[in-house]
Design a protein around this ligand. Sequence first.
Ligand code: NDP
Length: 294
Amino acid sequence: MTAQIIDGKAIAADLRARVAGEVERVKREHGLQPGLAVVLIGNDPASEVYVRTKQKQTVDAGMASFEHKLPADTSEADILALIARLNRDEAVHGILVQLPLPKGLDPNTIVNAIDPAKDVDGLHPFNAGRLATGLSALVPCTPLGSIILAKTVHASLEGMNALIIGRSNLVGRPLVQLLLNENATVTIAHSRTRDLPALCRQADLVFAAVGRAEMVKGDWLKPGATVIDVGINRITGSDGKGRLVGDVAYDEALKVAGAITPVPGGVGQMTVACLLVNTLRAACAIKGLPAPAV
Ligand code: NDP
């Protein structure tokens, strides 16, 4: 048996096209152009690549993109002043501060300064709290994209045993809430979990968000399981060249799983597409319009 490969690239392209259609409609019907402001502090090379991709896809979807690039030694007060300005700016409906921040800056202080209505990364405690209590919220993009991918395999996740490996605020914790909303039975594992392979073997759905290259082995998986690999790890291959791999040993998993996301070409593609979804949703909510059909 070879697993179905979940084509994140195609699914994300389809989602972006639907966002672009809705952007076109709200512009035509309501004179609203959603706008996303991206704040990049310092010059982390990976962050620069992510930010460029986000800007390009924002513009391609017909939205406005505002870039704010600040040196690594920018003071917290100056960053907070910029965020306050963006909070007031009526052309800006989404604010994203690219993480990780340079050393010395506290991400909580910065994220908590963003107006929750414009918090398109879904990291503000207001949105995290709303999600945790079952209310509508802006939800972090990576978990949102991961659920969309799982639902391309299973129209309903109801009653499925879902295992999430990793408990970060960015991925693992919001995934718990999203999976509960889907009526899955959820287990969350982390670095102190005992006998992770045994736990994994009971799961119909595995979400790996650890940050350890190829940690989840093929023989950890229940045959036929759906595997969503969130991990992005840069390793040096046997040819001496750098390449990206996930948290799951892909070649092994392919022989056991029912469906699996590749790395790259899986969850990463969905993260940016979901950022566009969140910006469109935020713009409609701020303008008092019904939620868009994406
Ligand atoms: P964090 O480092 O914040 O969290 C990692 C989690 O993995 C922690 O909860 C940690 O447990 C757990 N963990 C570490 N080692 C083990 C282990 N041996 N067994 C079980 N659990 C373990 O990472 P993020 O959530 O931010 O990111 C996870 C991965 O996802 C990374 O590879 C990152 O690059 C990728 N990522 C991909 C995105 C995308 O767009 N595809 C977006 C965001 C992240 P504990 O809490 O006990 O320390």
